[in-house]
Design a protein around this ligand. Structure first.
Ligand code: NDP
Length: 276
């Protein structure tokens, strides 16, 4: 008999370490949804063929991770406005022969900041470091919260300037050196510096009273950036595990039409990460 359980997966390369299957299995259990969620390793040169095969085998949707978010953007027939703004797709939905591309990373970050961390964004001064895919994906959702300023700092200044031109509004580009003397209520690390054990070259003394330092990276204990932020006067720190769970919740809601309760899932994932 044909198995009618709806199929989902996370695709990437590599994908073995993704926590998404755990997260979505828990969301499905919690909301009583009949679905399975797997890992789908796509060869670097065969993203489209891998996805097409999954889709024609009754796949209903995919999460897309490194390095295929731009490929997924091109693969989609139709894209949400937030995916267009991000220039990348992390969520695909297959319905009635149509391929919808969405991007839930920015919404995931904003939800983690506002709902989980109770961080106000309206009227606040925000510093975003990095100008890669992760940074670009969160710019429009952060601007929509109406901060007083959103400053984008990047090692390669030209890339930050390009994004500032693209988004306009209150987004301004800056070098790291030119930040000296400014103050921020929220500093977000969206660089890949931590992957090579480095820190973005932030001048000291940038944290305003009560400021939150947020690292999109996550892991056991504080990341090197969060340790440096505490030493430099940040009042609070948080890593990107909450963003990971919240972007998953947003994808789940798009696919299934129900919003899971992310808090217990985040708490359990935190326990597992800290246990190593
Ligand atoms: P990219 O490779 O697209 O971008 C890398 C950015 O980091 C560039 O702006 C680059 O600057 C900067 N950078 C790299 N090394 C350094 C350094 N030593 N000092 C200063 N800047 C540096 O990566 P992504 O945007 O895809 O990802 C960035 C991070 O965000 C990753 O760590 C990723 O794991 C994390 N992430 C977390 C998510 C979550 O759910 N928690 C979701 C998505 C991403 P330059 O332009 O000068 O090269």
């Amino acid at each position: 008999m044909h198995d009618m359980t709806d199929r989902y997966a996370v695709t990437g390369n590599p994908v073995a370490h993704s926590k998404s299957p755990q997260i979505h299995a828990e969301f499905a259990r919690q909301t009583g949804q009949d679905m399975v969620y797997e890992r789908l390793l796509a060869p670097l040169d065969a993203f489209d063929a891998t996805v097409e095969q999954f889709r024609t085998a009754a796949g209903k949707g995919l999460n897309v991770t490194v390095p295929f978010k731009e490929a997924a953007f091109r693969y989609a027939h139709r894209r949400t406005p937030r995916a267009e703004a991000a220039g990348a797709v992390n969520t695909l939905k297959f319905e009635n022969g149509e391929i919808l591309g969405d991007n839930t990373d920015g919404a995931g970050l904003v939800r983690d900041l506002t709902a989980n961390l109770k961080q106000a964004l309206a009227g606040k001064r925000i510093l975003l470091m990095g100008a890669g895919g992760a940074a670009r994906g969160v710019i429009a959702p952060l601007l929509a919260q109406q901060p007083a300023a959103l400053v984008l700092a990047n090692r390669t200044l030209a890339k930050a300037r390009q994004l500032a031109e693209l988004f306009g509004g209150t987004l301004t580009a800056s070098s790291y050196e030119a930040l000296a003397g400014q103050r921020f209520d929220l500093v977000i690390n969206a660089t890949a510096a931590s992957l090579s054990g480095e820190l973005p070259p932030l001048p000291p003394g940038l944290y305003a009273d009560g400021a939150l330092a947020y690292d999109m990276m996550y892991g056991r204990g504080h990341t090197p950036f969060l340790r440096a932020a505490l030493a430099d006067g940040a009042a609070r720190v948080a890593d990107g595990l909450g963003m990971l769970v919240e972007q998953a919740a947003e994808s789940f809601a798009l696919w299934r039409g129900v919003r899971p309760d992310s808090a217990p899932v985040l708490a359990e994932l935190r326990r597992l990460v800290e246990a190593g």
